[in-house]
Ligand binder design. Structure first.
Ligand code: ARG
Length: 424
């Protein structure tokens, strides 16, 4: 019998998938539960459940360390926030899960891998493209995309096949979570006119539960990577977990995003990412201190590209490899300490210091010790403004004061403007 390795979460979709694949494809199903952190269920019981439903083998892999080292930290260094908002927790985990599916498929001699994604989301794209790149010979089975059962039909199928249901209570929403964040969609959230009710949030305290006192947190970075919290050095998984708890208490990291999916749909997703938001802010402040103006500006463009390609499932792409090299290089002086003040959902900058800070007191100060050459500015402005003086003398001659006031208003574009000239 041929074998397939199924990415298994223990939820309804992938549980039904174990039976459905056996029936439809006549294959042995090996389940793989990839631990990317922030589990709210016991992984051993998930493993047992897979075997009870009929998997021939059920594996659990803890990949938290790799997730932080190869995925989260590089994305943080890149400043990758999709559409300026979403720290990409779900998107970053997919290529790592795909990598592990392929790895186990090889170990088990499987000819296919399977995942529980629907046919209208981003995750199917991320899984399929990653698997195609890593193992073009492996077939991909996506039961939920293929079977087209409604939720009720699925529950019916589960009942007929003795698949025990877990609590149906959280089924109002679709949730995906890992170390870097929690993504919540569907149900009442599908209508952007609905304010998310408080039950949506599990990692971040509601305003009435947030402490009335601010809390300071000091984060130390080395080359753009957080290495210590409040003076204590720790590994990445621990650092993120600790910061998550502190920032979550203060209600930090709630994001309500109408995002543009790769497949053309606008969708509304709520995110909770307390640690990610604090770290992105702190990292950015340290960059403000240590990157030159040009590097900083160029990097925001790289960040946007990087965020798009992660979101779009192109992790294993040459563009990613090349941008990652730029990002890593850009971080060589991004070392130092940032202290943030957490208060009622806000991350407030308290202080920032770096041995490689470009902030030069002798240049910046208005007090004694000022070394900036004030008189040199006159010549600088003369040259900097030269082209504009030239243009205004030629093209704006004779304009009234009133015309100058409304210069930037669309209806002030004069009749002798380009369109006339273009016609000639
Ligand atoms: N919209 C996010 C993304 O594409 C999260 C997708 C999974 N969300 C969920 N609630 N199951 O990365």
């Amino acid at each position: 019998m041929q074998k397939v390795v199924l990415a298994y979460s223990g939820g309804l979709d992938t549980s039904v998938a174990i039976k459905w694949i056996k029936e439809k494809y006549d294959m042995d199903v090996v389940t793989l539960t990839v631990d990317v952190g922030a589990n709210d269920r016991d992984l051993e019981s998930i493993r047992k459940r897979a075997l009870e439903i009929g998997a021939v083998n059920a594996l659990v892999r803890d990949v938290k360390e790799e997730f932080v080292k190869y995925f989260i930290w590089p994305a943080l260094q890149a400043g990758a926030l999709y559409e300026g908002e979403y720290p990409l927790a779900t998107a970053l985990a997919r290529p790592l899960i795909a990598w592990n599916l392929v790895q186990v498929a090889r170990e088990e001699g499987a000819t296919a891998v399977a995942h529980g994604c629907t046919g209208k989301g981003n995750d199917q794209v991320r899984f399929d493209i990653s698997v195609n790149v890593l193992a073009p010979d492996l077939k991909i089975i996506a039961p939920v995309r293929e079977w087209r059962m409604t939720r009720d039909e699925e529950i019916e199928y589960a009942a007929q096949n003795n698949i025990p249901l877990l609590s149906v209570s959280q089924k109002r929403y679709s949730v995906d979570q890992n170390l870097w964040g929690r993504s919540i969609e569907a149900g009442p959230l599908e209508d952007p006119r609905n304010e998310p009710s408080e039950e949506v949030y599990e990692w971040t305290a509601n305003p009435d539960k947030q402490p009335d006192n601010a809390e300071y947190v000091e984060i130390q970075f080395e080359r753009g990577i957080p290495v210590a919290l409040n003076g204590e050095r720790m590994d990445g998984v621990t650092l993120i977990t600790k910061l998550h708890e502190i920032a979550g208490r203060h209600g930090i990291g709630r994001i309500d995003h109408i995002e543009n999916r790769l497949v053309g749909i606008k969708s509304r997703e709520i995110y909770e990412a307390p640690a990610a938001i604090v770290l992105h802010r702190a990292h950015r402040w340290l960059e403000d201190l240590t990157l030159t103006k040009d590097s900083a500006r160029f990097k925001t463009r790289v960040a946007a590209e990087y965020g798009d390609l992660v979101y779009n499932g192109l992790w294993f792409s040459p563009l990613h490899q090349d941008l990652a090299a730029y990002v890593a290089s850009s971080q060589r002086y991004v070392s130092g300490t940032v202290t943030v003040k957490l208060f009622k959902g806000n991350v407030i900058k308290a202080s920032c210091d770096s041995p490689k800070s470009l902030y030069n007191f002798a240049l910046a100060t208005y007090d004694k010790g000022d070394q900036f050459k004030h008189e040199a500015s006159v010549g600088f402005i003369n040259i900097f403004g030269l082209s504009l003086r030239n243009q205004s003398q030629i093209q704006l001659a004779g304009r009234t004061q009133g015309e100058m006031l409304s210069l930037a208003s669309p209806d002030a574009i004069s009749p002798d403007a380009p369109s006339e000239e273009v016609k000639k």
